[in-house]
Design a protein. Sequence first.
Length: 135
Amino acid sequence: MKKVLISGIIVGVTLFLVSYGGLFVAIRLFPHFFEEYISVMFNSDGSRDFYFYTHVFVIGFALTLFWKRFKVLFKGPSIIRGLEFGGTYALVSLLPIFWLSYSTLDITFKMVASWFIYGLIQATVAGVILSKTNP
């Protein structure tokens, strides 16, 4: 359990840095895309910002537990294991929920596709880290 805790923290911190660094770069490169988030559908009063900023730790621990259970299925070097892990997570978890979100909410395909890519990158980075810290 100690290994899971340490790996989860490492993954969470790394995802925090990658995610927020990537967010600032993306806003600079694609400012018009982020105008879609100025909508009544999204909470903008700041009351739940804590949940947004800590989501990387929730996903970090969830992916660490997923890794612990299924790591034996992923073979090869760390990069390949990370890509396979990220792809598996994206297909099993992200694709169904984003399919449902797109079909029921007033959001654009571009927005949902960006969420999918973001989740795929997060899971792949986590897989690479986990393959090194918890082989």
